[in-house]
Ligand binder design. Structure first.
Ligand SMILES: [Zn+2]
Length: 314
């Protein structure tokens, strides 16, 4: 911004005016690290201040991306997480190549994120309550679901059945099913969903948490199947993206379409919970469902058939 009097950015420390906004010099964004810019309110905020507020903008409450590791730290009691199935590694069964070979892409994604694939699963405690937790991380190929993500989540569900524990999945999957693994990715949707059906028949409580963004085959399978579905404020949640829908059906979409707030209004999710309240809210839901079970210990109806209480915990 250049005013008649000039502004402080156009002065060097000696007060000599110079023009910084020349066209031959590319404009720089806010440097990563000490400061960051909020994509919603455009404020420049102190990274440490946002981190102290669970990675949420102090000006407008925009929820920044949160790595799986930090998500686990925020949700679980300190040092209570026991990670499972860390031996699973992705492969390139189709020898897939777009503008880059999938096998090479995997290596660079692993180096970038320090993860073997996009999902982390295991067991931990939320304010002393044992739970099975699974988290997908957007940083690894947009959190897309390939064979390893599907397998980890399925095994986590099976362990939750065996251990009779509540199950919580947090989706940061903007990539849906991972196209680089073709049908092997698509079948994970059915595989995880079938495991969740078995978990449901066993009477388990499954809480799904949708974060920004949750799209495609993930939104259309396990992320949308929770007994209770929570979402962070302002998250992008949907199946096909806005541009894809426009290119396919040429329909003008309603304002705020595919946001947490829109989906709550239309009954697709149960509650919007700010990140700072998630831990407490999860503990509360687990307690509530456990109380319901104690209040109604008999799960047999007048004809002697087992009734399927949606919140009955085993
Ligand atoms: Zn902001």
């Amino acid at each position: 911004m250049e005013t008649e009097r000039g502004n402080w950015t156009s002065m060097n420390p000696n007060g000599i005016r110079r023009n910084l906004a020349t066209n031959d010099r590319p404009k720089r964004g806010v440097p990563e690290g000490l400061w960051r810019q909020c994509p919603q309110c455009k404020s420049t905020i102190f990274t440490k201040e946002a981190a102290a507020r669970f990675n949420v903008c102090p000006e407008c409450d925009y929820h920044f991306y949160l790595p799986a590791k930090e998500r686990i730290q925020q949700l679980l009691d300190q040092d209570s997480f026991e990670e499972w199935f860390t031996e699973l590694r992705p492969t390139d069964p189709l020898g897939f190549k777009d503008h880059r070979e999938y096998s090479k892409r995997l290596i660079s994604e692993q180096a970038k994120t320090g993860m073997h694939d996009a999902a982390v699963v295991g067991k931990g405690f939320i304010r002393g309550r044992p739970v099975v937790l699974g988290v997908t991380d957007f940083a690894f190929m947009a959190g897309s679901m390939g064979s390893v993500v599907g397998e980890k989540l399925t095994r986590a569900i099976e362990e939750a059945i065996r251990l009779k524990l509540p199950l919580i999945f947090v989706s940061g999957s903007g990539g849906g099913a991972r196209m680089q693994e073709g049908i092997l990715s698509l079948m994970q949707m059915a595989k995880v969903s079938a495991a969740l059906a078995r978990y449901d028949s066993a009477g388990g409580l499954y809480i799904s948490i949708l974060t920004n963004p949750t799209m495609g085959g993930v939104a259309a399978s396990w992320a949308g199947l929770g007994d209770v579905i929570l979402a962070e404020p302002g998250a992008l949640i949907g199946f096909a993206g806005k541009r894809t829908i426009w290119n396919t059906v040429r329909l003008e979409l309603p304002k705020g379409f595919q946001t947490s707030e829109f989906l709550l209004q239309h009954g697709l999710i149960d509650r919007i919970v700010p990140r700072k309240d998630l831990r407490t809210e999860l503990a509360r839901i687990v307690d509530y469902c456990e109380r319901q079970r104690r209040r109604a210990p008999c799960s047999v109806d007048d004809h002697g058939n087992r009734t399927s209480e949606p919140f009955q915990l085993f």
